[in-house]
Design a protein around this ligand. Structure first.
Ligand code: NAP
Ligand code: GLV
Ligand code: GLV
Length: 336
């Protein structure tokens, strides 16, 4: 009997061990153990003999990488967003791309709410105030006044898995729920009591605007100077989508000049992010892209990455395939 060689997978960062253990049953695994992403030259070299890749959103998988990857058949992204991968080029080459939807939805929606509440009530600044010893007056009627959340209006842009999960939480805060999305969702409108609004109307009417769209050519700088000017001066913008959905220059201007009241940001145009002008502002809450960072979500993402790779190795369609058109180019599995 001929022993079949296991296909090779290069995993661009340490992911939770549960996933790696599963993958090892079907693949010869190499993990890049540095905390930082592999440098471009390294990635270019590693893909040369890789049959599969596990990528993160900080790995840019473009045409040049794909041109260097003659054996590559599947890219399993450890994230739901996949704007770092050139899907069209992958599909053309018959490369399957998978992501990790659903398992991180609730954790990310919780975090959108963490940012929303923290920004509305100045939590981070108040924490610094207490620690610094500046707190001298026990209680004052006008100290640290924030914005009401309960009963106010939330506007959700991008009404997919995470957007809807954010809306479900808003029901508990007795909020009026507005949404804008590419496609109207009458069933969800009934279920969640949400109203569809054109983007500009949503921006005018909302006390809290939450971004939950993917980054695409259409959503790039969707929130620009003109749109920020439509928002209420008391409104708060929360971005858990992708940094490039917002024009940061315009946002800093809006925050400095008081066109809006504050912002809670988990994502930035460049990551890691550094912007002294933004960092000086007190009306922002900033986080280093940790929306899905819970034990539960991150372990479940590792398992889903593994399930995608294993299904493919068995010649089955991976459970969370992104580019279904690839099925017309090449069937799943390494023997094809
Ligand atoms: P999803 O279910 O695909 O939802 C995205 C929604 O946005 C869909 O409803 C979609 O279209 C809508 N949309 C797409 N393009 C649009 C456009 N041009 N204008 C208006 N709406 C548009 O994805 P998800 O699982 O909720 O994730 C959403 C995004 O969140 C991801 O792509 C990722 O970038 C980001 N994310 C961030 C974190 C974090 O750590 N901060 C964690 C997870 C995800 P339809 O209206 O046609 O349905
Ligand atoms: C995180 O940002 C993701 O897209 O999963
Ligand atoms: C505040 O602590 C109050 O009792 O109103």
């Amino acid at each position: 009997m001929v022993m079949k060689m296991k296909p090779k997978v290069f995993i661009t960062r340490q992911i939770p061990e549960n996933g790696i253990k599963m993958i090892e049953q079907y693949y010869e695994v190499e993990v890049w153990r540095d905390e930082k992403e592999p440098p471009r030259e390294v990635l270019l070299e590693k893909v040369r003999d890789a049959d599969a890749l596990v990528t993160l959103l900080s790995d840019k998988i473009d045409r040049e990488i794909l041109d260097n990857a003659p054996r590559l058949r599947i890219i399993a992204q450890y994230a739901v967003g996949y704007d770092n991968i050139d899907i069209e080029e992958a599909t053309k080459r018959g490369i399957y791309v998978t992501n990790t939807p659903d398992v991180l939805t609730e954790a990310t929606a919780d975090f959108a709410w963490t940012l929303l509440l923290a920004t509305a009530r100045h939590l981070v600044d108040a924490d610094k105030f207490v620690r610094s010893g500046e707190w001298k007056v026990a209680w004052h009627p006008l100290m640290y006044l924030g914005y009401d959340v309960y009963g106010k209006t939330i506007g959700i842009i991008g009404f997919g898995r995470i957007g809807q999960a954010i809306a479900r939480r808003a029901k508990g805060f007795n909020m009026r729920i507005l949404y804008y999305s590419r496609t109207r969702k009458p069933e969800k409108e009934r279920e969640l009591g949400a109203e569809f609004k054109p983007l500009d109307e949503l921006l005018r009417e909302s006390d809290f605007v939450v971004l939950a769209v993917p980054l695409t050519n259409e959503t790039y700088h969707m929130i620009n100077e003109e749109r920020l000017k439509l928002m209420k001066p008391t409104a708060i913008l929360v971005n858990i989508a992708r940094g490039k959905v917002v024009d940061t220059k315009a946002l800093v201007k809006a925050l400095k000049e008081g066109w809006i009241a504050g912002a809670g940001l988990d994502v930035f145009e460049e990551e890691p992010y550094h912007n002294e002008e933004l960092f000086k502002l007190k009306n922002v809450t900033l986080a280093p892209h940790i929306g899905s960072a819970t034990y539960g979500a991150r372990y479940a993402m590792a398992e889903l990455v593994a399930r995608n790779l294993i299904a493919f190795a068995k010649g089955e369609v991976p459970p969370t395939l992104v580019n279904r058109e690839v099925l017309n180019v090449r069937g799943p599995g390494f023997s094809r």
